[in-house]
Design a protein around this ligand. Structure first.
Ligand SMILES: [Zn+2]
Length: 500
């Protein structure tokens, strides 16, 4: 495909990407709910949309990339029941909710930096946009599509559905929703809480209605004044209010995980349609989820792996630490709309593949060129990569093309093929534009502990061989030189160990 095509969940079709305003693209991504440390499930979406953003920039677009921070309104049950996730964690940690939000926002962003994800152009917080949310709720009230009960405000899904289609995005049918548990909650961790669940359900005209504003109980830490009384906004309204504020009432791309399709994004479309008379975004892009041994990730299954555990290898499912770029490479090896099954074996394979690619990349600058034309060509690879990216960001195909490039680089390096200066320049461009460019990969940092371990092992092996050959002088020289630099070496029955 000669131009970018993206799969639009709203139309259920692969569509040619045409921005609303020529040369500019507005993207809104649903960001994290910052009540706990970042985990494996937090990695895929940001990488997928980082690649999309980088590819749009590569194609000459100006991109405004908005990723919010949810620091209020996201309830434990993922619907309108249960405690606010932030409020609950603040009580557990005996902190201000803002301290909880700041702590986990910092942790999340540190992981994003490690994964080489470009920072958002704007990172709005829900608590910083209460006024915008109240205003939008009022517009929906004025349109007669929301109602207040006992200090809470609900979106009237049935009334909305008479002139609109609630289900346009998710494909759900309201008739079914009114009779299913889904209407009450679709969250993976949802547990019906007796009494509490009925409270809110009793206030709703229909079970599929969702909260725009929730009355706060006196012990609820985060609450604001409104014309409906003291309370806090619902989860869905924050994204509608913040996307409209920073990208306008109609913007190009709204992204998120498939788990947000319903009710979150369906509700956003309904809210936006009432407030602005049309769907808020032109393209709705959803990435699939990461599974572990085919199962959804969940703390209750013991398979919730923290990002930090991936980097230091301390989780029971992991045999070793993995570099951020190995993880990025692993995620890019799957198409974003397919599921991605996570395992130590799969990560190990990704690590090997990524190391193979890095070895070839490291050869590029020193490839010897021949005068005139060499036999190595890359035009087919350049074309193949462009077509793969334009075909709904097919990164596994792009990686396959890059491996073909690596094979040819190795042939030249081994003296089995020849490369001209012109083609070598093209290869360098592919490295910078594709690998380090829109795929966003960077060479693994060899100064990290992995690299240090490797170097130390080489020295310890040398010393072992020296001692085996009774060359005690060399053995002691190595030990003393290391000691001078602060490395202590100890021979134990299990072998030689070292520490700094
Ligand atoms: Zn959202």
């Amino acid at each position: 495909m000669s131009s970018l095509h993206l799969y639009n969940t709203l139309s259920r079709k692969l569509e040619l990407f045409q921005p609303i305003t020529q040369g500019h693209v507005g993207i809104y991504i649903c960001g994290p709910t910052v009540y706990g440390p970042p985990h494996l499930g937090h990695l895929r979406g940001p990488i997928v949309f980082d690649v999309l953003r980088r590819y749009l920039i590569h194609n000459g677009y100006n991109v405004r990339f908005v990723r919010n921070i949810t620091d209020v309104g996201h309830l434990v049950g993922d619907s309108d029941e249960g405690e606010d996730k932030l409020d609950k964690q603040a009580k557990v940690e005996k902190l201000e909710p803002m301290e909880v939000a700041q702590t986990y926002t910092n942790q999340y962003n540190a992981v994003m930096d490690k994964m080489n994800i470009i920072k958002p152009s704007i990172e709005p917080r829900a608590t910083g946009h209460i006024i915008e949310q109240i205003e939008m709720i009022q517009v929906i009230m004025d349109a007669g599509l929301a109602y207040a009960v006992n200090g809470s405000v609900y979106f009237d899904v049935v009334a909305y559905n008479t002139n609109n289609n609630y289900g346009v995005l998710s494909g759900r049918v309201l008739e079914d929703l009114l009779h299913s548990q889904d209407a009450i909650s679709s969250g993976p961790n949802w547990v019906p809480s007796q009494g509490r669940a009925l409270e809110s359900q009793d206030e709703k005209r229909n079970p599929s209605d969702f909260a725009l504003w929730k009355k706060a109980s006196p012990d609820h830490i985060m609450q604001w004044n409104s014309s409906w009384g003291k309370g806090f906004p619902g989860w869905h309204i924050e994204c509608s209010a913040m996307s409209a504020k920073y990208l306008g009432a109609y913007f190009d791309i709204h992204g998120g995980g498939l788990d947000l399709l319903f009710p979150h994004h369906e509700a956003e479309i309904a809210q936006g349609t009432v407030a602005h008379k049309h769907t808020p975004a032109k393209y709705w892009i959803h990435h699939n989820m990461i599974t572990i041994a085919g199962q959804k990730m969940a703390k209750s299954l013991g398979n919730g792996i923290l990002a930090e555990q991936l980097f230091n290898g301390t989780h029971a499912l992991l045999d070793q630490p993995y570099s951020p770029m190995t993880l990025r490479f692993f995620i890019l090896q799957a198409h974003y709309r397919g599921t991605l099954d996570f395992s130590n074996t799969a990560l190990l394979a990704a690590q090997k593949a990524w190391q193979r690619m890095q070895s070839a990349i490291n050869l590029i600058d020193n490839l010897r060129v021949v005068d005139g034309s060499g036999s190595m060509e890359v035009d087919d690879i350049v074309l193949g990569i462009r077509e793969s990216m334009n075909d709904d960001l097919n990164t596994p195909q792009v990686i396959a093309h890059l491996f073909e490039l690596c094979r040819r680089i190795n042939l030249v390096n081994d003296g089995k093929d020849q490369i001209s200066l012109g083609v070598k320049t093209l290869v360098q461009q592919l490295r910078d534009d594709v690998c380090f460019g829109f795929l966003g990969l960077t060479l693994d940092d060899k100064s990290n502990s992995d690299g240090l371990n490797d170097a130390m092992q080489i020295l310890l092996d040398l010393r072992k061989n020296a001692k085996k050959e009774n060359n005690w002088v060399l053995g002691d020289q190595i030990r003393d030189a290391l000691k001078e630099k602060g490395f202590e070496i100890k021979d134990t029955p299990e072998g030689t160990v070292w520490k700094l």
